[in-house]
Design a protein around this ligand. Structure first.
Ligand code: BTN
Length: 210
């Protein structure tokens, strides 16, 4: 029977009473996906009438969470945002510093953290095998598009003073691109899980937790 190696190995770990710690490999993966997210910052397309640009960096968030799972995916986003807050110009268009969190982007950036957790959590529940791609896609659409875009649109009026209904309608402009990015992330994540299943956090490749 097909099974999800991440979920079953985690269950074994719980049974053995061992607490999974992040291995150097996990830290390397987190750094790798944070770097990928930073590299995707070269795209920032301003939209007339909207205070937030069309970007590619949420694709980095989708990939980190769908490939690495909830814990490492969320840590990837937290690490990336910590570097931005520290002043590194890693956000789309080369922006950084604590000031970027005092803008209409705040809800989207918080949404990246919540969305990464939801994508990772849902992806970890999916069993490998048939219908894997549509299930990963559903996880990315829920966490990556619904959670992030909704949180972003809800917080944005606090900074712009615009009506929430206007903001919600306006932010529909993000949907085609975000859905395309979700499909791309789900395709890549499904291919990675099939070809090179990433071991769960804290477990070495081939190691039994018992
Ligand atoms: C920033 O660079 O200031 C953060 C921008 C957040 C952009 C959000 S993420 C979801 C939605 N999709 C996009 O392409 N843009 C917005």
């Amino acid at each position: 029977m097909s099974h999800n190696p991440i979920t079953s190995q985690r269950a074994e770990l719980r049974g053995s009473g061992r607490r999974p710690v992040l291995l150097p490999r996990d830290l390397g993966l987190i750094a790798l996906f944070a770097a990928l997210t930073a590299a995707l910052g070269f795209v920032a397309v301003p939209v007339a009438g909207l205070p937030v640009p069309i970007i590619l960096q949420n694709l980095g968030v989708f990939l980190a969470a769908a490939i690495l799972g909830a814990r490492r995916g969320t840590l990837t986003v937290v690490a990336f945002l910590a570097l931005v807050a520290a002043g590194l110009p890693l956000l789309s268009g080369g922006r950084g510093g604590i000031g970027v969190f005092m803008t209409p982007s705040l809800g989207y950036l918080l949404g990246w953290v919540a969305g990464a957790f939801v994508i990772g959590f849902l992806t970890e529940k999916i069993r490998a095998g048939k219908r894997y791609f549509p299930r990963v896609l559903t996880a990315v659409l829920l966490g990556g598009v619904l959670v992030i875009d909704l949180l972003g649109a809800l917080v944005s009026p606090l900074f712009t003073g615009l009506d929430l209904s206007v903001t919600l309608i306006g932010s529909a402009v993000f949907l085609p691109g975000d859905i395309f990015k979700a499909v791309l992330a789900a395709l890549v994540a499904a291919a990675v899980h099939r070809a090179y299943p990433v071991p769960p956090a804290g477990i070495r490749r081939g190691e039994s937790a018992a």
